[in-house]
Design a protein around this ligand. Structure first.
Ligand SMILES: [Zn+2]
Length: 493
């Protein structure tokens, strides 16, 4: 490896998390809806946001390197990526790399993307990039903490690191750390080792502030000299793929491989030892609504079972139905994806009345539609800019949207595409101030803790089925390695 005086580092970001239990395949439209940006546009449009791409470009420029932005593709989590879309994204990446000589490559990938044509799509992107640049150009990969890291991607990359936060607030920092690693790899050898255990952890108990992950993170940070990064990958659990499991990567200076491997195995064994401590308590809907009535302040009803940031369709009306039945008089906000109902609201117009079933238009396996009657209080179509600590500044399209005031205390935000409810910007964008509500439905496992920080007195995890349910025993795994904790094994196995 030779380090040019002003090295040229290619940066590409393709970020989507797959939920293999979602019935809705992801397409290229899911990326273009939020902006699929190429070349210099990618860096310009991402500038100032808390994203890997923006952080990487900033760090490279500050270090005197030349950032060569190739593309930025971001989509809300979803079902398996259609074959043609995967090939298109791969070709944009390899086409950009082939068009100009570069000294190093930074790939910002989620790490849990599944395509119809390749179950480890992030590994396939990395292998495709490797095939273009050859064996001597360092490729560094960054991942979301929910990645399912495989031996394939570790073999194709010079080094691999992940977010150190959950809720994720270090996207920009991860890009910066990745950029610094590429520059280091131009000067001296680096490597990454991986250790895994066959266990799943509910996303609701993966927060770094909670004891099991906090302890593991403290242990991770106690690595010796020559260890450059330790990343924990507890994996998002709605992923039925081979090689599934809790991963730990240790990135090291070239000579420290044995020490890195020992540290990775030590951490993976510690994670396995904590497996029973990750169990979550979920509350049935009627009991949760009674707790809302007794609370003093805004309560978050956590409908993580149907979370769009976990790849579910966000069209379950189960909580809306329960609020209409058991929650009359409670001032509450909820969301639901329902394109036909949005069309009806637009047809009725501002202040018009609607009477329509809502919910279960995309995924009807868990619960059915619910009758919704009320007045259309607001209509819109412009995208939302996130304001919370995570992905700050990122623009998300909800498609067309409408709010319906049911007159019972409940106002429903109906959208064509999922509304981001891990960040209060989604509701505020539609004129609904979460601070004014007794109950706010968030379709998010843990990210809401950053977005709604200081805005709620209690968050109640709801016991519901769904493609992103916290009750992993509700799901049927067919491709994952068995036995798998906690599906087949109890805490003492
Ligand atoms: Zn994540």
């Amino acid at each position: 490896m030779t380090a040019a005086a002003r090295p040229r580092i290619a940066v590409a970001s393709i970020v989507q998390e797959t939920n293999t239990f979602s019935p809705q395949p992801s397409t290229l439209d899911d990326y273009t809806a939020h902006g699929l940006w190429l070349g210099a546009d990618a860096a310009e449009l991402a500038a100032g946001t808390n994203t890997e791409l923006a952080g990487a470009v900033e760090a490279l420029t500050a270090a005197g390197a030349t950032a060569v932005p190739l593309l930025r593709a971001w989509a809300m989590s979803g079902g398996v990526l259609r074959a043609g879309a995967f090939e298109r994204l791969r070709d944009l990446l390899t086409g950009g790399l082939a068009a100009q000589p570069v000294d190093g490559v930074l790939l910002c990938l989620h790490g849990a993307l599944v395509a119809e044509s390749d179950v480890a799509a992030d590994a396939a992107f990395t292998e495709a990039a490797r095939a273009v640049v050859g064996p001597d150009v360092p490729i560094v990969v960054t991942h979301d903490l929910h990645a399912n890291v495989t031996g394939r991607i570790v073999a194709a990359a010079a080094a691999l690191i992940g977010y150190h936060t959950y809720p994720h607030v270090d996207q920009g920092d991860t890009g910066r750390r990745g950029a610094e690693l590429v520059l280091r790899a131009l000067r001296e050898p680096v490597g990454t080792v991986l250790a895994k255990r066959p266990m799943l952890v509910p996303a609701e108990s993966q927060a770094l502030a909670d004891p099991p992950m906090r302890r593991l993170r403290t242990l991770a940070d106690a690595g010796g000299t020559g260890i450059l990064d330790v990343s924990l990958f507890p994996v998002q659990p709605w992923l039925d793929v081979p090689d599934l499991g809790f991963g730990v990567t240790v990135t090291h200076a070239g000579s420290e491989r044995a020490a890195a491997l020992a540290h990775a195995e030590h951490l993976a064994t510690a994670a396995w030892g904590h497996r029973a401590a990750f169990a979550v308590d979920a509350v049935p809907l009627p009991a949760a609504i009674e707790r809302v009535r007794a609370a003093r302040g805004t309560v978050l009803l956590v409908q993580s079972a149907d979370s769009p940031t976990a790849g579910a369709t966000a069209d379950s009306a189960a909580v809306i139905g329960a609020l209409l039945t058991h929650g009359r008089g409670i001032r509450a906000y909820a969301t639901v994806v329902d394109a036909p109902a949005v069309a009806q609201c637009f047809a009725a117009g501002q202040d018009g009345t609607v009477d329509t079933p809502v919910g279960a238009t995309l995924d009807d396996r868990w619960d059915g539609p619910v009758p919704l009657r009320g007045t259309v209080s607001r209509l819109g179509a412009e995208p939302v800019v996130l304001t919370g600590d995570s992905m700050t500044g990122l623009t998300i399209s909800m498609g067309r949207w409408a709010t319906v005031n049911t007159g019972t205390g409940l106002t429903v935000l109906l959208t064509e595409r999922p509304a981001p409810t891990f960040d209060p910007a989604g509701y505020r964008h539609a004129g609904l101030d979460p601070a004014a509500a007794q109950a706010v439905v968030v379709r998010s496992a843990t990210m809401y803790r950053a977005g709604f920080r200081g805005l709620f007195v209690e968050a109640i995890l709801l016991d519901l089925p769904g493609a992103s349910t916290p009750r992993l025993d509700y799901l049927t795994f067919e491709r994952a390695p068995r036995p798998l904790y906690p599906i087949d094994l109890d805490g003492t196995s």
